[in-house]
Design a binder for this molecule. Structure first.
Ligand SMILES: Cc1cc2nc3c(=O)[nH]c(=O)nc-3n(C[C@H](O)[C@H](O)[C@H](O)COP(=O)(O)O)c2cc1C
Length: 169
């Protein structure tokens, strides 16, 4: 079975998960998504596809790739700024699975948090000054702080565990 890791990443979080998978696999094709990726993966059976969550879904490049796939085995991995809620990940997962044709087999879907840019924090801090009683803003700020250390070693261990669980029969 030929395998490939294809990922997109704006600030390196998802890329660090892609590298973690790569370290576990010998001779795996490894590529940050680009125009020619569809050609690269033509003869690949198993794809590990990663993306950051941007505005509630994967990146457009990954969406286009997912929509083009037929008869592949796919493991998806994502980093998202917001975390700590299974429901949130479940919503994102269902949204993204809609892009994938039923001819493919989903081997697994992994999510963890990924740190965000400090400008996000600055925006929350400014908003809290204007609306000091807004609990939602406080929660968002706490979430920002929580995301700061992710993806961490534990996240990477969980990712490897999930990949080991894959049953390729
Ligand atoms: C423009 C932009 C939009 C984002 N939108 C979301 C979002 O809708 N939901 C979320 O959970 N995180 C969102 N994030 C946070 C990223 O998903 C998170 O920081 C991720 O780990 C970035 O991964 P990367 O370093 O691989 O690009 C957004 C980040 C950016 C820059």
């Amino acid at each position: 079975m030929k395998e490939a890791i294809i990922y997109d990443s704006l600030s390196g979080n998802t890329e660090s998960l892609a590298q973690t998978i790569k370290e576990q696999k010998k001779d795996i094709i490894y590529e940050k998504i680009k125009e020619t990726t569809k050609e690269t993966i033509k003869d690949i059976n198993i794809l590990y596809i990663g993306s950051p969550i941007i505005k509630g879904t994967c990146t457009k490049k990954i969406e286009d790739l997912l929509m083009s796939l037929e008869n592949k085995k796919i493991f998806l991995f994502f980093t998202a700024g917001y975390g700590g809620s299974k429901e949130y990940y479940e919503t994102l997962k269902n949204r993204i699975l809609e892009y994938i044709s039923k001819t493919n087999q989903i081997l697994g879907v992994f999510f963890c948090q990924g740190k965000m840019n400090d400008t996000v924090k600055d925006r929350y801090v400014d908003l809290i000054k204007e609306h000091p009683d807004d609990r939602k803003l406080q929660v968002s700020l706490e979430n920002f702080e929580q995301a700061k250390t992710h993806p961490n070693e534990k996240d990477k261990e969980h990712l490897i565990e999930e990949i080991r669980k894959i049953n390729l029969t």
